[in-house]
Design a binder for this molecule. Structure first.
Ligand SMILES: [Zn+2]
Length: 418
């Protein structure tokens, strides 16, 4: 087993587990152009339970894809957003663990633990000069105390989860990510620095860390927020990581992980420039974008495929609350802006595709419709055999949609800069 994740890596989700080969072809195309990106198949506990899949199926998919494409580089299977309560079912199948401790943020560590941490942090000056950040970062005892109260318990919890995985899998046999992206507010440079200090104290060999950024990272649609502010936060986080690596015993390969919710097209050129300039690595997580390509492929096929995705929409539309419930914090659907199922039934294949496909230059594109279909995969899971048969009947066109989407819309702008 290797834990040698390359400088660039990308997480791909695959609701039904059939597109591993098509996804991997996109990574191969990048490699042929001289840029190695490690593929990581990620699926969260939430997604497994909504769709009725198991972690070992993701492992099987990844292995089959790797074999079929003769992929010779490393690849990983990510237990996405796990904690102590959920990690066990992933331990056998996964070799990448995204330890999510957002729920523990704000829970306070013991007084003794905070006192020890505060004492150890005394070795840092009250004014930190972090190369790459223009303004010095001032950390007086009161603000350090605040950071400790807010984050120390969460990092200790990450340590407990990490050590639990070590017990099961052995040290050095998996990649560790620590994620804070589901926190309520973005971490400041000072917070990130002292979080990493705490992670180093817990001896978590984090390969990737996912901070929270300003703005909304909604499912399947572009970034909503202040792009300039994001850009500044991203560059600052890169600088903090570099500085922290030099300051604490953290892996030299430590890099940022962006939980994108997929399709943050307006951020890709910004992130590309920043990582190039800093010589930094990056992990990008996507999910759901492949499922939408399957729907697009079926719609484009017309006939039974189109009829299926129209019926899927009708069903999901009538069960809106049930579909939306697990995703309320990561969608922004204006129900008034959704077409009625009767309207959708009247569409041609082209109208369905153009309304769904993430092409902001297209007048028909409807971000509310796209988000609605994004969260409707459970309806397809309920009609699994019919859905899978349709996918099989349209295999080659669906695969070309999936590969094209990953390569052209994600890998090229973010990692290749084209
Ligand atoms: Zn996330």
């Amino acid at each position: 087993m290797t834990t040698n994740i390359s400088k660039y890596s990308m997480g791909v989700g695959d609701r039904f587990g059939l597109e591993g080969v098509a996804q991997l072809r996109a990574f191969q195309a990048a490699k042929d152009r001289g840029v190695t990106i490690t593929p990581v198949w990620n699926k969260s506990n939430r997604e497994h339970s909504l769709i009725g899949t198991r972690p070992r199926e993701v492992r099987a998919e990844a292995e089959a894809a790797v074999k079929s494409c003769q992929w010779s580089g490393p690849y990983f299977v990510d237990a996405d957003h796990i904690g102590l309560a959920t990690v066990d079912k992933f331990v056998g199948a996964s070799d990448f663990f995204t330890i999510d401790v957002a729920d523990s943020i704000g829970k306070t560590a013991s007084d003794a633990s905070i006192a020890r941490y505060m004492a150890e942090m005394q070795r840092f000056p009250a004014v930190l000069r972090i190369p790459g950040i223009a303004e010095p970062v001032t950390v007086d005892p009161a603000s350090l105390q605040e950071i400790a109260s807010k984050y120390l318990y969460a990092v200790e919890e990450a340590g407990r989860v990490y050590r639990h995985i070590v017990q099961e899998k052995g040290e050095g046999n998996f990649v560790t990510e620590v994620s804070f992206d589901e926190a309520n507010t973005p971490q400041t440079p000072a917070e990130l620095f002292f979080i990493l200090a705490a992670a180093a104290r817990e001896a978590i060999p984090a390969a990737t860390v996912a901070p929270k950024f300003t703005g909304e990272f909604l499912k399947g649609i572009d970034y909503v927020g202040d792009i300039e502010r994001f850009s500044r936060e991203f560059e600052e986080d890169l600088a903090v990581l570099e500085f922290a690596k030099q300051t604490f015993s953290l892996p030299a390969s430590l890099k940022l992980s962006i939980h994108s919710g997929s399709d943050k097209f307006s951020l890709y050129p910004i992130m590309h420039r920043a990582i190039k300039q800093a010589g930094a690595g990056l992990h990008l997580k996507t999910a759901g974008t492949t499922w939408l390509e399957e729907v697009i492929g079926l719609a484009a096929a017309g006939g039974e495929g189109l009829a299926f995705v129209k019926a899927l929409y009708r069903d999901a539309y009538g069960r809106y609350d049930e579909m939306a419930k697990p995703y309320l914090t990561v969608i922004a659907i204006d129900r008034q802006a959704l077409p009625t199922p009767a309207k959708v039934d009247s569409w041609s294949a082209q109208e369905y595709v153009e309304t769904l496909e993430h092409n902001q230059a297209c007048k028909r594109f409807n971000i509310h419709f796209r988000q609605m279909v994004h969260i409707s995969f459970r309806v397809a899971a309920e009609k699994r055999s019919q859905y899978l048969a349709l996918l099989n009947a349209n295999r080659s066109s669906i695969e070309s949609h999936v590969s094209h989407n990953i390569l052209k819309r994600h890998i090229e702008p973010l990692f290749l800069g084209t």
